[in-house]
Design a protein around this ligand. Sequence first.
Ligand code: DX5
Ligand code: ZN
Length: 218
Amino acid sequence: MSKLVAPSVLAADFANIQRDVEMINSSDADWFHIDIMDGVFVPNISFGMPVMQAIKKHATKPLDVHLMIVNPDQYIKTFKEIGADILTVHYEACTHLHRTIQSIKAEGMQAGVALNPHTPISVLEDIIQDLDLVCIMSVNPGFGGQSFIENTYTKVQQLKNLITFKGCDTKIEIDGGVTSKNANNLIEVGADVLVAGSFVFGAEDPIQTVKELKELIN
Ligand code: DX5
Ligand code: ZN
């Protein structure tokens, strides 16, 4: 299966959101990564439903929605209604993770779980078979443009081993500080999807940057 690139819209120009969404449409990117932050689970507020609706209106690729919010269960239906294809909740924000995952699937979305940098892979042992995606945070969630945490490689390896051991086909996504410098190493240890915010939108030529990143990892 080919390895995927998901530009994070958090790094886009919100005054020109249609232009930036169309730019990603016309690139080799696979998904739009949408970061929803509530100012409670993480120390930052990004944007909410109206902005996501505006993105959806122009996007021609799947929306990979990363919820950095407390009480995600409350909003599962709404995110389905406004066009999420993949809905990822944080392990640290869910008391009844199994129930939350089932609710996401019942709405017809793919279900993902994100792990903060300090959360070990072992917490997923009894839920991995139910997950379409695991998002390993390679920075502390809340902000774009942070530097990559090196311990991520070990975690990706451990997760890959767990997925192989259980015989499931869960995708491994890496989120935070991804660049062309670490992309290949991440794929080598087992990553399937690379999220890239500032590396793509901060580039002089984002379309070319996505193209090169895709070529590098495939
Ligand atoms: C961080 C977000 C990331 C972020 C990635 O909390 O979940 O998706 O936008 O941005 P970069 O690629 O700039 O680290
Ligand atoms: Zn994210």
